[in-house]
Design a protein around this ligand. Sequence first.
Ligand SMILES: NC(=O)c1ccc[n+]([C@@H]2O[C@H](COP(=O)([O-])OP(=O)(O)OC[C@H]3O[C@@H](n4cnc5c(N)ncnc54)[C@H](O)[C@@H]3O)[C@@H](O)[C@H]2O)c1
Length: 267
Amino acid sequence: MIADLTGKIAIVTGGAQGIGAGICSVLDEQGAVVIVADKDVLGAKGTAKKLSNPQSSHMHVDVTNDASVQNMTNAVISNHGSIDILVNNAGIIGSDGWWTREHGNDEDWQLAFEVNVRGVVRCSEAVTPHMLKSKYGKQVNIASIAARRGGGLPYYCVTKAAVVNWTQSKAAALASSGININAICPGLIWTPMTERIVKHRSNFNLSTSMGEFKDKDEFDQLVKGWVPMGREQTPLDIGKLAAFLASDDAKNITGQAFNVDGGIYMN
Ligand SMILES: NC(=O)c1ccc[n+]([C@@H]2O[C@H](COP(=O)([O-])OP(=O)(O)OC[C@H]3O[C@@H](n4cnc5c(N)ncnc54)[C@H](O)[C@@H]3O)[C@@H](O)[C@H]2O)c1
């Protein structure tokens, strides 16, 4: 067992697919009751169906919408009585069709900020009063190695740097209340988001500090060349660290951002 989460009530945003679905499955293995919350309600239902705890469920949430986040929070409190763990994973690169634009437009900047930064803040602020009441809470924010160095999609990279800074600010503010807040910076993971990054590169024949990849084969080549450990990361890798950070075994860790990237960045 990585971390004992038996009976803990965990919300995972963006759990319908990709990294979020991996996080849900690891938290489930560790004994948590997982609420898979996503804008994509069918996808969330699909993830929840695979979980073993009969109390686990799925829920619609749009993290850009105050009322929607409040409804999710109220529903979890009313169904389960507490919220012990929040994993802020929902994220986007830009607004719909961003991969058809070489450079981000105003809408890309605004929506990326609204989902990736304000979405994290909104969910954190909605659950924190309940965590304060129960004097227990773990929040894990999914940032990115894009937070560590600017890249070809600046409207995305700056939001992830903001998530790391928010994690530190909020962790400092809540440290004396016993609430732990940490971030994870995933490296290169093949998910629907990565497929769209590939489309973007291919549409504009781009190559950046990350190299160039036009399909999964080229992605694999990039991984071999760029990741010191020579292998891609997986949603389960992120889930395992999220489970540890959400457990009491990590009770003295707060305000940190951990790279899970096979050694790309060492800081
Ligand atoms: N894939 C990677 O290599 C990688 C690397 C570093 C960081 N990340 C980060 O990890 C997280 C998950 O990425 P992924 O690759 O699994 O992406 P993905 O696009 O495959 O999945 C993202 C999920 O978030 C949901 N979502 C989007 N907007 C939402 C909203 N407004 N409200 C609620 N849910 C919403 C989507 O419906 C989807 O299920 C993101 O925060 C991303 O920035 C991914």
